[in-house]
Design a protein around this ligand. Sequence first.
Ligand SMILES: Nc1ncnc2c1ncn2[C@@H]1O[C@H](COP(=O)(O)OP(=O)(O)O)[C@@H](O)[C@H]1O
Ligand SMILES: [Mg+2]
Length: 239
Amino acid sequence: MNDGALLEVRGLAGGYGPVRVLHGIDFAVPAGRIAALVGGNGAGKTTTMAMLAGLLDPDSGTIRYEGSAVEGWGSAQRVAAGIVLVPEGRLVFPDMTVEENLRLGAINRKARRHTAQGMEQVYAQFPRLGERRRQSAGTLSGGEQQMLALGRGLMSRPRILLLDEPSLGLAPMMVDLIFEAIGELAAGGMTILLSEQNVGLSLELADRAYVMENGAIALSGSGRDLLGNAEVRRAYLGL
Ligand SMILES: Nc1ncnc2c1ncn2[C@@H]1O[C@H](COP(=O)(O)OP(=O)(O)O)[C@@H](O)[C@H]1O
Ligand SMILES: [Mg+2]
């Protein structure tokens, strides 16, 4: 057992029908910290996130969250327990306003009771969203849509946020804003699992990191250790 882990994964394996994607991966996310799954396109990060969120059943392996085995739980039960996915590609509703998109995040009864307070917290974290609350989400920039997707996740009152490639396709300045926000959320006590192809920035931010290659964990360590690892520097940082 991994002391202090809010989420602990052991031997997670599976994929899509006959397509085997994950070959038995182990990792842990310490409470109140940032853990990162880094790796290139096709490594299996989104597949892992989908299994954690209850959107895809693994063939084998265990997912322990706060000491409970949650593999058999549906996605709604996991959200209610505080496991909240912010999916790759953001998936905001373009014809709905910022505020309406945020409202959709407050999907369970407990979160609904805190809708107004939750929105104020999101607008405090992302003032750009507050300024655009009546604007339709489709008119936002990519970075603002990512803020909105993150905000919608926060509206579900997560205990652990699963962030799947939040920097994908964003301009460098927006990437910095998003990573800054992720760091602030963790500083406020949120537990975060980040999946990213932006290996350098993720390792700088992460307390614990795992390099994924071909559905397996190739390397793990503190973000700082992996930043100094010769193999990581050559393969992912171009150094
Ligand atoms: N719906 C799907 N059906 C079949 N194969 C898929 C599906 N989604 C992803 N894959 C395959 O699974 C592998 C891992 O993909 P993915 O988990 O999306 O990786 P990453 O998020 O790290 O880019 C890839 O080879 C991809 O082609
Ligand atoms: Mg992906």
